[in-house]
Design a protein around this ligand. Structure first.
Ligand SMILES: *[C@@H]1O[C@H](CO)[C@@H](O)[C@H](O)[C@H]1NC(C)=O
Ligand SMILES: *[C@@H]1O[C@H](CO)[C@@H](O)[C@H](O)[C@H]1NC(C)=O
Length: 385
């Protein structure tokens, strides 16, 4: 499983729920006119870094949209792909990828498993060597070298030096820092840890500002307590949680509280940066609420989970929702069995991508989700196929 580290992340496309497909034609952002995108992050936005740097991603990743493994921990596209498309730019190539890539309109430094702080874990322990500081160092090198080439008249396939100030700088990182902090919970002061994580994030944003970045698009972190990987006890067979351990959506409260704490501090930081750098624009994107709403709405419908919710819309709407199945993957037979089932399901669904969700597809997903052993929530990476 390589860079997916401790847990397996797959994205299943159940297409066309929200009619995103129709709204999805390429638009150029005439009002903003971003010349390029520079992205920094983790698996939520890795478009091929870890796949190029370590073991290549394999099918069923990429199967739905690209029809081959495309370096993403997803069967389809990621939010960053939709941002690129919306801005009328090409999908971002990973900076680490040397084959078939194009950097004319930016580069992606995001790498799966990456953190803001150094984690002292190798790739083989589920870590990534590309912490945010390294990603920013790579950007610096990218900027320096492409500018030099441009000035020598060889810069045709790179952004022009003036494009760096007109680019949008996108960020989706912090989830793995929180996962690491949760693992060490009780051994350190989590308030201090979160402050340190956010400070380091802020330092890198300032570092980029000092290199000419002026538009920052910053995703906060999602509800980590809703991911099965973050709640091994909850996922154990026959486990009955104590009162207050889970919220009304089955998410682990103290873990989501940690994510919220990070988000509050991140938002405070963004507010401060806005006041400090008046010629820059810092956009704070509330990904937590967007993802959490997906889960909450399923409950509001009086359904047991999102999949039941999806079942209720079968045949009514054409749907474009893609969501991630995350399962823990300790080296146990039962997990291998589960993994195999997920893969089979992925193959089944991939063949029907971008079609109306059928009763059968919803049914098999529900069967899977009701098997309470490992899989709980189906969310994240909302996108069309
Ligand atoms: C990683 O190791 C360095 C040096 O030992 C230490 O300063 C740092 O705090 C460690 N990082 C984490 C997240 O534990
Ligand atoms: C971020 O902080 C500002 C200022 O305190 C506040 O007005 C805003 O609602 C916060 N945004 C979010 C998404 O929490």
């Amino acid at each position: 499983m390589g860079y997916l580290g401790q847990f397996f992340v797959a994205v299943i496309s159940l297409s066309q729920i929200l009619n995103i497909a129709a709204a999805e034609e390429t638009k150029s952002s005439e009002s903003c006119g971003f010349a390029a995108i520079f992205n920094f992050g983790d698996s939520n936005s890795d478009t091929g870094c870890m796949s190029a740097a370590f073991y290549p991603a394999a099918l069923p990743y990429g199967q739905t949209f690209f029809h081959h493994a495309a370096g993403r921990a997803s069967d389809g596209r990621l939010i960053i792909d939709f941002i690129a498309k919306h801005l009328g730019l090409q999908y971002l190539s990973a900076y680490m990828d040397s084959i078939g890539t194009s950097y004319e309109h930016g580069a992606n430094f995001g790498a799966a498993s990456s953190t803001i702080r150094r984690q002292n874990r190798t790739f083989f322990d589920g870590g990534s060597p590309f912490s945010l500081e390294i990603q920013v160092a790579q950007f610096t090198q990218f900027k320096t070298r492409t500018t030099k080439l441009y000035n020598q008249g060889q810069g045709n396939s790179f952004p022009r030096p003036e494009d760096f100030a007109k680019a949008i700088y996108t960020f989706d990182i912090g989830q793995n820092d929180i996962a690491a902090a949760l693992q060490r919970m009780g051994q350190e002061n989590s308030q201090a840890v979160i402050s340190d994580i956010v400070n380091q994030f802020s330092n890198q944003l300032i570092h980029l500002y000092n290199q000419g970045a002026r538009t920052f698009w910053i995703h906060n972190t999602g509800p980590i307590g809703c991911l099965p990987v973050a709640m091994p006890i909850h996922n154990a067979y026959n486990y009955t949680p104590v009162d207050g351990y889970l919220d009304q959506n089955g998410c682990v409260v103290y873990q989501n509280d940690m994510a919220k704490e990070f988000n509050t501090k991140l938002n405070d930081t963004v507010v401060k940066l806005r006041a400090l750098y008046l010629d820059a624009s810092f956009v704070y994107v509330d990904i937590f609420s967007a993802k959490y709403e997906l889960i909450s709405n399923a409950k509001k419908e009086g359904k047991e989970d999102l999949l039941s919710h999806l079942k209720s819309v079968v045949g009514i709407m054409r749907v474009a929702i893609t969501f991630t199945v995350e399962i823990t993957m300790p080296p146990l037979m039962e997990d291998k069995f589960m993994l195999a089932r997920v893969k089979i399901l992925l193959h089944t669904l991939a063949g029907m991508a971008c079609t109306t969700l059928t009763q059968q597809m919803a049914g098999s997903l529900i069967a899977l989700s009701l098997d309470r052993s490992r899989i709980h929530h189906f969310l994240l990476h909302v996108h069309a196929c």
